[in-house]
Design a protein around this ligand. Structure first.
Ligand SMILES: [Zn+2]
Length: 230
């Protein structure tokens, strides 16, 4: 039976003080993509409101280099309808991936539907693949489309989601435990008990709520108690 996190870790290794999985996860890119939607962004709204915003996001995430980004930006000015269609398509992919992040671990139907969506994107693009080294020293796989430049934009994102499925990672991917928060996360802790998207925001709110509840139980709460007269 395959054990997704076992590769590279020796059985005789002592417990590492930093409780993170030894392997990098494929999930970061596609979950970040899901977290650009209006549900996750709440007050800020959809981060991908325009095709240009989509391009900038892909560039910032390292899936498009400077040269290709400006090339596609110029093309978008010449073909605004095609660019608009590419944005609609990106949002469609994003909705499918949110479904996968939230329910993929428990629903085979959701996984099957996402595979259809992933294969729709992978199947329509012709191009070449390349490994690139980024300025920060990390490496990314790049896809350089040979046909319609807009078509290949989603390839790195859906490939990352494919990798998560292939690596049996969905059990570690979930929505933040704060019911008001719609961000999705990958749990890389060893014990698999990460609950919040961010300890600084949602995690802290939960901690503060727990403290308040504890104080209530202990009767330490200082409600407006009448001072004893005399
Ligand atoms: Zn959260």
């Amino acid at each position: 039976m395959p054990v997704s996190s076992a590769a590279g870790q020796r059985a005789d290794e002592p417990d590492h003080p930093v409780s993170h999985l030894p392997l990098p996860t494929s999930a970061r890119l596609w979950l970040a993509f899901v977290n650009t939607d209006s549900a996750a962004q709440a007050s800020r709204g959809d981060l991908l409101r325009t095709f240009d915003a989509l391009l900038s996001w892909l560039h910032t995430e390292g899936t498009l280099d400077e040269e290709r980004t400006s090339g596609i930006r110029r093309r978008a000015l010449l073909q605004p309808a095609a660019a608009a269609a590419a944005l609609v398509d990106a949002r469609r992919v994003r909705a499918a991936l949110r479904f996968l992040a939230e329910r993929g671990a428990t629903s085979e139907r959701v996984r099957d539907e996402t595979i259809v969506e992933i294969n729709r994107v992978l199947g329509r693009s012709a191009g070449t693949r390349r490994l690139d080294r980024l300025s920060d020293g990390t490496y990314v796989r790049a896809f350089v489309p040979t046909g319609d430049a807009f078509m290949g934009l989603m390839i790195p994102v859906v490939e990352a989601a494919s990798d998560s499925l292939a690596a049996d990672e969905l059990g570690r991917i979930r929505r933040c435990a704060d019911p008001r928060c719609h961000r999705v996360l990958v749990d890389t802790t060893k014990n698999g008990r990460r609950r919040w998207c961010d300890m600084g925001t949602c995690g802290n709110r939960a901690k503060a709520a727990r403290h308040r509840a504890k104080d209530m139980l202990r009767g330490n709460v200082v409600p407006s108690r009448e001072p004893h007269a005399g």
